[in-house]
Design a protein around this ligand. Structure first.
Ligand code: DHB
Length: 393
């Protein structure tokens, strides 16, 4: 079958929150795009992801006109509890840095953006196959894919964007000699659950304990999200509801909290990894979001970083398409500055709160010493509050 050929200004590989937000922002600037994804919409909607939006992520949704649900159904959180050494200590974001975050799941951000694209007549194709990109260093890079009806497509664009997540195909198009990859693996993972129960706390509890880390988050008045540190090879099938509750209660109980229990409706093991690929631009291909960087989940920076990338990218793409030759490199530099700050923040929260498999008593006491410094110092608490609510760009 001969391919359907079209042209557009920006062709985006990946129609998760990063790809869709970029397409949405570009349309508002009068720039044409197409976004494609190998997953179908239902598969993306049913993947549970993190649930915390930094204040600038919320602002981006508000300023670009997709905030009806986040403002109506999200929950504003003006702080978190750090729990360790037998008690809880509130970090008051509002008092420390005059900012808050919004509890609103990533999947809902995706739904809002997908609906906005459909409403605005955006070209978004889910469930495509055979995706490839070519001619990246020419002024007419190509995106090829087979659409959900089996029709081969070839799209000529001015710029290609790889917003295709942690299993990105686009990042492999950077010649090895021209890219660097930075990795860090962690010897633990999170066992994540959703349960039908009332909230156990109004705000999130990040709980350090000798048995390992636990995070108590929420979703709605009747649905809660919780995580506990586990082995990366943990098999969810080995865990009955009773065993899960016993472990969670023991971890937060050590710090004086009691959880409200209920039926567990979903269990998953989430791997931990830090990753960055530099640079974020090769010829007329740029990367955004998880395609270029992954953070471990502690602190919920992944989606926020992806949204920060595409906000800057939309700005610089507009300049690039108007003839500013420095704009794409400027995007890569501006994005990477934030990426490395978030890499540090996520690594720091992770290593301060989790128990390493070979941790000695010294290591555990040292972590408690660090946590004590954070909560008993305005400078320490403010540092955490700034990072958690998100740095201005
Ligand atoms: C959630 C996930 C996180 O990684 C985090 O740090 C806070 C909240 C969540 O899914 O609610």
């Amino acid at each position: 079958m001969s391919p359907t050929t079209t042209t557009t200004e920006v062709a985006i590989v990946g129609a998760g929150p990063a790809g869709l937000m970029l397409a949405h922002l570009l349309q508002r600037a009068g720039i044409d795009s197409i976004a494609i994804d190998i997953r179908d919409r239902a598969a993306i909607e049913s993947t549970h992801r993190a649930g915390i939006l930094e204040q600038d992520s919320v602002r981006l949704l508000v300023e670009s006109g997709v905030s009806e649900r986040v403002l109506r159904d999200g929950y504003r959180h003006a702080g978190i509890d750090l729990a360790f050494g037998g008690g809880g200590h509130r970090i008051d974001f509002e008092a420390l840095v005059g900012a808050s975050v919004q509890l609103y799941p990533q999947t809902d951000v995706f739904v809002d953006l997908a609906d906005a694209r459909a409403r605005d007549g955006g070209d978004v194709r889910f469930g495509v196959g055979d995706v490839s990109v070519a001619d990246l260093t020419t002024d007419r890079p190509l995106l090829r894919f087979t659409d959900a009806d089996g029709v081969p497509n070839e799209v000529g664009a001015r710029i290609l964007v790889g917003a295709d997540g942690s299993r990105s195909i686009c990042r492999h198009e950077f010649p090895e000699a021209r890219r660097r990859q930075f990795f860090r693996e962690y010897p633990f993972a999170w066992f994540g659950i959703l349960c039908e129960a009332p909230p156990s706390s109004e705000e999130l509890i990040y709980s350090h304990s000798e048995r390992g880390f636990a995070l108590i988050s929420q979703r709605t008045e009747s649905l809660q999200r919780m995580y506990s540190q586990c082995d990366p090879a943990e098999d969810v099938a080995d865990w009955s509801d009773d065993r899960i509750w016993e472990e969670l209660q023991a971890r937060v109980g050590a710090n004086g909290y009691v959880l409200k229990e209920g039926p567990i409706t979903s269990t998953t093991v989430l791997p931990f990894r830090s990753f960055v690929q530099e640079p974020m631009r090769h010829g007329n291909l740029v990367l955004a979001g998880d395609a270029a960087h992954t953070v471990p989940p502690t602190g919920a920076k992944g989606l926020n970083l992806a949204l920060a990338d595409v906000r800057v990218l939309a700005e610089e793409l507009e300049l690039h398409l108007a003839g500013d030759d420095g704009a794409l490199d400027r995007y890569a530099e501006r994005a990477l500055r934030r990426v490395w700050r978030a890499q540090h923040f996520s690594y720091w929260m992770t290593t301060m709160l989790h128990r390493l498999p070979d941790a000695s008593d010294f290591d555990v006491r040292r972590q408690v010493g660090e946590l004590t410094s954070i909560v008993s110092s305005t400078a320490g608490s403010t540092y955490l509050a700034e990072g958690y609510t998100g740095w201005p760009s």
